[in-house]
Design a protein around this ligand. Structure first.
Ligand code: AMP
Length: 313
């Protein structure tokens, strides 16, 4: 089991998302059918801060070695259903700048008929992260939670294009929304990022505690609340090998840290941005989940120090 960043009993976090085989090509090489998916990256990152309980589905082709990777990363895999059929498979190819990628293939496999059913313990969880997956599945998980305390959400352009009514429903029910800048523009239909943030906060109900994090890739992030804006740059990483999962790793570090601290006040949110950024910077330094599998407390804390030095005036 992973050594946590705190010695107190770790907070339970329910995460739903994809558990995938990823086939990836970047200017630095290729990997085929490696463990991937939004829930996998999230939990390998968040497992350094909390106890992730992964809700998802895999096919009969999913190997025990991949279950072991998730468990070693501190995840509870007891709510991952193994069904007859093929595991979700995503294939992507990155452009030279690594900021843009093309989806070559998305094969839903067993995800096409997935109906998540949470056990009694998970229904009582307080911290829930709705990782990138069809918004109807996110809604079905959220509806089963009895008394959610903090709910986070991630999504992608595909759902903005194909499942907007369901997505808007989920957005209106959550506390923390993490998306990237192009998705924010697409969702709000507004080019200016500050105006876009206002529109999205309104979709969230414009509650004074609603938090919107807009990721800007290598340039960092903006965090918005009704009356606050916070900016954090990205870490200057020289060896970016594979950006896959950077967003989910950010979410894992960010949300995992909030769960660890059991609050989302201004100071904790800002520190959560540091931890999310540190986890994303580690993720991109190797293919797939390889780097996240070997992360430890010291590596994370040294990234935090670098980041603090970067913004010290
Ligand atoms: P990120 O690079 O943070 O956007 O996340 C990449 C991960 O998202 C990959 O591991 C993919 O398996 C997963 N993914 C890609 N497309 C989808 C999709 N339509 N639904 C759920 N997960 C997806």
């Amino acid at each position: 089991m992973k050594k946590q960043l705190s010695n107190s009993k770790s907070t339970d976090v329910v995460v739903v998302g994809s558990i995938a085989f990823d086939t990836l090509e970047t200017p630095f090489g290729k990997i085929s059918k490696a463990l991937g998916g939004s829930a996998s990256y999230f939990s390998l990152s968040a497992g350094n801060f909390c106890k992730p309980h992964v809700v998802g589905i895999v096919g009969s082709d999913f190997p025990d070695t991949d279950f072991t990777i998730l468990k070693k990363g501190n995840a509870d895999t007891g709510s991952i259903e193994k069904a007859a059929g093929k595991t979700f498979h995503w294939q992507g190819k990155y452009h030279f700048d690594l900021n843009t990628r093309d989806t070559i293939k998305t094969e839903l496999g067993v995800f096409a008929n997935f109906k998540p059913v949470l056990n009694v313990n998970l229904k009582n969880a307080e911290y829930i992260f709705l990782g990138n997956i069809h918004p109807s599945l996110q809604l079905s998980v959220l509806k089963q939670i009895k008394k959610p305390k903090l709910v986070g959400l991630d999504t992608m352009n595909l759902w903005i294009e194909t499942a907007l009514p369901d997505l808007k429903k989920v957005i209106s029910l959550i506390d923390i929304f993490i998306i990237n800048d192009s998705e924010a523009r697409q969702l709000s239909k507004e080019h200016n990022i500050y105006k876009a943030a206002k529109i999205i906060l309104k979709m969230m109900g414009h509650n004074k505690n609603s938090v919107l994090v807009i990721k800007r890739g290598e340039y960092g992030l903006l965090l918005f609340k009704k009356t606050e804006v916070f900016h954090l740059p990205g870490l200057p990483i020289e060896d970016v090998i594979d950006p896959t999962g950077a967003g989910d790793s950010f979410a894992g570090g960010f949300f995992g840290y909030l769960a660890l601290k059991r609050n989302a006040n201004t100071q904790t949110l800002r520190k959560a941005c540091l931890y999310g950024t540190a986890m994303a910077s580690l993720c991109v330094e190797n293919f797939g989940t390889k780097k996240l599998q070997n992360v430890n407390k010291n590596k994370i804390e040294s990234r935090i120090k670098l980041l603090q030095k970067l913004v010290k005036i």
